[in-house]
Structures are given as structure tokens and as C-alpha cells.
Write a protein that binds this ligand. Structure first.
Ligand code: HEC
Length: 151
């Protein structure tokens, strides 16, 4: 094999490695945002079980759950780089990349609602119920707009 052929082969390999690492980064972002949403889902479940009386109301636990939702948004919003629109069974809708500003605004609203619910948790179950209702409305509103339904 000539020297130039070997060099071409090497640079092709390097190219493949770059593409492969790009794909790995995309998968990481999708995995990370799913993981963050799972945490949000778990925290919401705790709140919802307390509101429904399935588990006893515990102000500290309710507060910790709402704090987890409130603090997660900043990191979540960073997990949508170009190239992560599809793949890894993402349910993120293409619209996120078209109107990201609105998407982010809805996420910040959810974080704000969760912060209010965290304060309400200190005041007892009834105030918490009302505030928690706003949090779940925020989830639904964003999912309606920015998540594709799984078939
Ligand atoms: C501003 C938008 C937005 C808000 C607000 C939001 N979500 Fe999501 N959620 C998403 C997107 C986008 C996905 C899809 C992520 C993916 O598959 O790449 C998702 C996915 C999920 C998932 C599935 C995670 C998985 O395993 O794939 C759960 C559970 C979830 N959200 C729960 C919630 C709950 C509960 C709330 C409210 C407390 C909430 N979300 C608020 C945008 C949002």
C-alpha cells in the first residue's frame, strides 16, 4: 500500500471517529434529558400521592420533591443541542428546535410553580394541593406542545 493510501485510510478512520463521538454526545444528551425528566416524574408522583391521600402528607418530603422539580429545569434546557432531534427513542417534538424560546419559557414557568408549591408545603396540605395543581398543569401544557405521542 502506498504511503498516501495509508494516510487517506487513517484520515477516513479519524473522520469516522469524529462522527461516532458526535453520535455519542447526541445519545448522551437524550439519555440525560430523559433521566432528568424521570426524576421530575418521580418527584411529581410523590406530590400526587400525598394530594390523593395515598401516602401521608409530609411537609419536608413535599418540599424536597418540589425543590427537585424547580432546580432541574436549567440543566434540562441544555440537553437539546442540534443533532438530538431524533434517535434513542426520544419523544421530544421537532417544534422544540423551532420555538425554543417558548419551550424554555414554559419550563421556567414549571420551575416557578414548583418553587411556589415548595413554599406552600410549609403551610400545610390544603395550600400544597392548590399549588401542586398548577405544577401538574405546567407539565401537561408543555407535553401537549412539545412531546410526540408514543405509538
Ligand atoms: C417545558 C417542557 C416540559 C415541561 C414543563 C415538563 N416536561 Fe416532561 N418532558 C418534556 C420533553 C421534551 C420530554 C421528552 C424528552 C425526550 O424523550 O427526549 C419529556 C419527558 C418526560 C417524561 C418521560 C421521561 C422518559 O423516561 O423518557 C416524564 C416522566 C416527564 N416528562 C414528566 C414530567 C412531569 C411530571 C412534569 C411536570 C412536573 C414535566 N414532565 C414537565 C418536556 C417537559
Amino acid at each position: 500500500m502506498s504511503r498516501s493510501k495509508i494516510l487517506t485510510g487513517l484520515s477516513l478512520l479519524a473522520g469516522v471517529a469524529v462522527i461516532a463521538s458526535g453520535a455519542a454526545i447526541a445519545q448522551d444528551a437524550i439519555a440525560k434529558r430523559k433521566e432528568l425528566m424521570k426524576t421530575v416524574g418521580g418527584a411529581t408522583k410523590t406530590g400526587s400521592q400525598m394530594v390523593k391521600g395515598e401516602i401521608p402528607f409530609d411537609a419536608a418530603k413535599a418540599k424536597a420533591s418540589m425543590d427537585a422539580i424547580a432546580s432541574g429545569w436549567g440543566d434540562f434546557a441544555k440537553q437539546f443541542p442540534k443533532g438530538t432531534e431524533t434517535g434513542s427513542e426520544t419523544t421530544a417534538a421537532p417544534k422544540i428546535w423551532e420555538t425554543f424560546q417558548d419551550f424554555d419559557t414554559q419550563g421556567k414557568k414549571m420551575a416557578g410553580d414548583a418553587a411556589k408549591a415548595s413554599v406552600a408545603a410549609d403551610q400545610g396540605l390544603e395550600p400544597f394541593k392548590a399549588a401542586f395543581g398548577e405544577v401538574t398543569k405546567s407539565c401537561k401544557s408543555c407535553h401537549d406542545d412539545y412531546r410526540v405521542k408514543k405509538k
